[in-house]
Design a protein around this ligand. Structure first.
Ligand SMILES: [Fe+2]
Length: 78
């Protein structure tokens, strides 16, 4: 989506510093390498549905950006 939508391209741009910071905290050796977003998609989930822990085997990093969460929802910070 980030390759065809200016909105998602902007999201990619805004996430980049967080991705770099997270990779740095994990002490990734990124000398002469750059992390890039390869996939991006949207899930619309009804109330009381959770996004459970899972793997993206071909990804170095993966994550979820929540546009809107219910009031009182716990937050996670890296
Ligand atoms: Fe996922």
């Amino acid at each position: 989506m980030h390759e065809v939508s200016p909105t998602f391209a902007e999201l990619q741009r805004r996430l980049l510093r967080h991705v770099r910071s997270f990779a740095s905290s994990l002490e990734f050796d990124l000398a002469h390498r750059e992390l890039t977003m390869t996939d991006c998609w949207v899930n619309i989930m009804p109330r009381q549905v959770v996004h459970t822990l899972h793997l993206h085997p071909l990804s170095t990093l993966s994550g979820t950006y929540y546009v809107k969460t219910p009031k009182g929802c716990p937050r996670s910070e890296v």
